[in-house]
Design a protein around this ligand. Sequence first.
Ligand SMILES: Nc1nc2c(ncn2[C@@H]2O[C@H](COP(=O)(O)OP(=O)(O)OP(=O)(O)O)[C@@H](O)[C@H]2O)c(=O)[nH]1
Ligand SMILES: [Mg+2]
Length: 448
Amino acid sequence: MALEKLGKALNSALRKLARSRTVDEATVKEVVRDIQRALIQADVNVKLVLQLTKTIEKRALEEEPPAGVSKKEHIIKIVYEELTKFLGTEAKPIEIRERPTILLTVGIQGSGKTTSIAKLARYFQKRGYRVGLVCSDTWRPGAYHQLKQLVEPFGVEVFGDPSEKDAVKLAREGVKHFKEKRVDVIIVDSAGRHKEEKGLIEEMTQISSSVKPHEVILVIDGTLGQQAYNQALAFKEATPIGSIIVTKLDGSAKGGGALSAVAATGAPIKFIGVGERIDDIEPFDPKRFVSRLLGLGDIQGLLEKFEELQKQQELKEEDVEKFLRGKFNLKDMYTQLEAMGKMGPLKQILQMIPGMGYSLPDDMVKVGEEKLKRYRIIMDSMTEEELEKPDIISYSRIKRIARGSGTTTREVRELLNQYHQMKKMFKSMDKRKLAKMARKFNLGGFGI
Ligand SMILES: Nc1nc2c(ncn2[C@@H]2O[C@H](COP(=O)(O)OP(=O)(O)OP(=O)(O)O)[C@@H](O)[C@H]2O)c(=O)[nH]1
Ligand SMILES: [Mg+2]
């Protein structure tokens, strides 16, 4: 896995948060310090770390968690969001729009170009594309054979000529060859004869002008850590069609530094290399990457919860009106009870009106999870008519419902009592105040 050490350190910071009994300023500061330490150890630039953690701290201290979300969950979400933003937010895949799409890879010596090209070839092949590889590396002895060896087991063709000394000519001929063969993707491997970005960019410009690639991919060695910044920046400035692969993120202690440094230049990271084998390449998606890095298997669940809550909180005027008029049936009540715990529209309304004088008695609206489950079971044994018009539920029906649901008549009666009580309470509310409330929430046609 990529950045294992950083992941572990971040995960343990969040675990500490999860375990703490209270979440106060000191807790937040400690989590922030742990995150700082983890990032700095992964060679993330200190200035970037301070910026990031300052934002996390500020948000964690100032933002109120939305209703139904605990402070801890909220902080975890903030950490997740800010780290994701730190790495570019969006996934930007390589698009195969034109046939053939020509990709040129560049990168300094030993950065992992040839390996990454073989991986990409396999990646595209698995997705149904025909791929041709061009070796225009006239520098490294055995470059052609290295590439050939890597992709031979998969039947990917490599164009090259070990005796040819002109890289630009090789690239041009290779592209022509595969255009004739009508492949979908052509990837050109260039020589890594340079140790620094200046020479690299000159070479890129030369080959680019002859093969006219749709995209130039800079392969950056992840073990460089934050030093990757200068390379990525020079590259980004030199070509508008550039994207980046960061390699060797498996096992590199500095990978976090490399990824964040590249992201800081604004150049899109499209893939990451996470091992020496042909399949050890992953499309880079900051969101997925960060949630895996944080090792929170349930972060997806947490994010869904936030979305769910947001939806619920959009006031459902009709529902609320039904309640305020005391016109609701068992089904409506169940939905509301279920939502109460999560701050459903009704409770939200009642709480948003200071001085309304209507706070629902807690035991009436706060029905425990277990009890809700029992209610659900009981209601599943009711007919549609009974749910909509609970008044018709006679004693013989109660007996039938209890039998059908495997509960007791006492429990069925309890549910019905709850319903009648709630209804009575709403009906007895001061109609003047209700009208005021209705106006406040634009509940049109309220008519009281
Ligand atoms: N662990 C690990 N090793 C990698 C990864 N990518 C490349 N390597 C290794 O890095 C070394 C250099 O890789 P190459 O693909 O030959 O690099 P190159 O940029 O083509 O090198 P030159 O052509 O000489 O400039 C090889 O030993 C690869 O196995 C990676 O993601 N993880
Ligand atoms: Mg190479």
